[in-house]
Design a protein. Structure first.
Length: 202
């Protein structure tokens, strides 16, 4: 754990490497989404920006770039980098424990999936734990950070299962699959759900 007020040169360099990983992964996922989107770039972009996986990776990108630049500011602050660590950890854990077995990405989608759900969480968490300045963070900060993922999770369940109101753990898994994680084309490669990235036939 780094407790200094300013990131070291090594911390900035590693943050830059993390930023490259996350930006490339997000860009690849966005391009793949646009290639499969049936309703145009505007709605596809809106969907892209409405999923926890993408939002958490975007925050990691902003935090990593801010630290790497050495300019400080909101995104480089310990509270923001700490929140990003929590959110990207949730992204990795939910995917690994709940969603991974529900689909098998291929080709470039596999690379985007590995980047967003494995490479970025592991790299950023390692950087945050070992190199990032933590300042005077406390449990009150963690409690504040949890408000967003908890609210997002509740919204996901209501949105994904409006009629069955989560009658079983299977319902929870399918709601998460359709509305939480990253884009995935249908088996035919051409059908997309109206508001989610997961197959409309799922």
């Amino acid at each position: 754990m780094a407790d200094g007020k300013q990131p070291t040169a090594v911390a900035r360099a590693v943050a830059g490497a993390v930023a490259i990983i996350v930006v490339v992964s997000l860009a690849l996922q966005y391009v793949l989404l646009l290639q499969q989107a049936p309703d145009g770039a505007a709605l596809a972009t809106l969907r892209f920006l409405s999923y926890f996986t993408v939002l958490s990776n975007l925050l990691v990108a902003a935090a990593s770039l801010a630290v790497a630049s050495g300019r400080g500011g909101f995104f480089a602050s310990p509270r923001t980098t700490g929140a990003a660590a929590l959110y990207i950890a949730i992204t990795g854990l939910v995917y690994a424990l709940v969603l991974r077995q529900l689909w098998a990405p291929q080709g470039l989608q596999w690379w985007a999936d590995i980047g967003l759900h494995y490479a970025v969480p592991l790299a950023y968490l390692a950087w945050w734990a070992l190199l990032a300045p933590h300042g005077a963070l406390g449990w009150r900060d963690v409690a504040g950070w949890l408000l967003f993922p908890l609210a997002f999770f509740g919204w996901t369940l209501v949105r994904g299962c409006p009629s069955i109101r989560i009658r079983s753990s299977t319902s929870v898994r399918w709601a998460l699959r359709r509305y939480w994680s990253t884009p995935a084309p249908s088996a035919s490669g051409s059908s997309w759900s109206a508001w989610g990235w997961w197959p409309s036939t799922a």
